[in-house]
Ligand binder design. Structure first.
Ligand code: ATR
Length: 251
């Protein structure tokens, strides 16, 4: 999706994948400077490890505790996190105004951190449920959210405006859902899983006439935000989305 957007703007640059083992992160980052690269994205397991390698961290990267986008500036590294803004832009695109509504977040892993940060900054009341509750409690404490137990989950969802799945349930088996089919919030359901795009959770929510947001929007917008940091230009979102879809359809 980055190459499609670069080409459309006539920018002579290329986005490439690199397989980097944890021990080689530092030298891979140094290589960016040597090769004159504008920056890079980082994926598991480098997002957290990169925090200590940066000369400057954006407020989001600092609060979320992870770097997904590195910007090389005069030989120095700026660490950013575009996941939270990417997630919020995908909600906005679907017409969701979070405001001061109540939102239930399922999961308390790395992805949940960016989602909870984004929702809290938009003013939402955030309720976090996780399979292992200590993880939900510590995330809730860190972001002034509320951890909920499994016994409270159905009522909490039914009273909430929105629901976000950040767990990996549905990733392996599209027929799995993290919750019972009849536990639905009042207005919208988002599943940040993008493989498959239509998870069971979203299928059920759509049939019950809730607004649904799949994981492609967050994937594309976190990329678009990174693209803006590297190039100073706004990419064509439609072209990025089409390019991402073309790859996802082949997987
Ligand atoms: P990511 O960075 O993608 O969020 P992660 O940090 O490994 O990945 O988090 C995965 C999340 O999915 C966790 O919230 C995990 O719950 P636990 O903390 O209890 O492990 C959740 N998860 C994974 N498999 C699950 C399942 N079968 N049922 C419920 N939650 C599950």
């Amino acid at each position: 999706m980055h190459n499609a957007a670069l080409e459309l703007l006539g920018l002579e640059a290329q986005y490439e994948a690199r397989d980097v083992i944890p021990e080689a992160l530092k030298s891979a980052l140094e290589q960016l400077v040597i090769s004159g690269a504008w920056g890079c994205n980082l994926s598991i397991p480098h997002k957290e490890a990169a925090l200590t390698q940066m000369h400057h961290l954006s407020p989001q990267a600092q609060a979320i505790g992870a770097v997904n986008t590195v910007l090389v500036k005069n030989g120095f590294f700026e660490g950013h996190n575009t996941d939270a803004d990417g997630f919020m832009r995908s909600l906005e695109e679907a017409g969701v105004r979070v405001g001061q509504t109540s939102v239930v977040v399922l999961g308390a892993g790395g992805a949940a951190r960016a989602v909870v940060y984004g929702l809290k900054h938009a003013g939402a009341e955030v309720l976090i449920w996780n399979r292992s509750s200590p993880r939900a409690e510590s995330l809730a404490q860190e972001f002034q959210a509320r951890a909920i137990e499994t016994s409270e989950l159905p009522a909490s969802i039914q009273n909430a405006a929105g629901l976000v799945n950040t767990t990996s349930v549905g990733l392996e088996n599209p027929d799995d859902s993290p919750i019972a089919d009849d536990w639905l919030p009042q207005d919208w359901v988002c599943d940040i899983v993008y493989r498959p795009l239509e998870t069971r959770l979203l299928r059920v929510a759509k049939a019950a006439k809730r607004r649904t947001i799949d994981g492609l929007g967050m994937l594309v917008y976190q990329g678009a935000n990174a693209f803006e940091l590297w190039t100073g230009q706004s990419p064509d979102i439609k072209v990025m989305r089409q390019a991402a879809m073309a790859v996802l359809e082949k997987l």
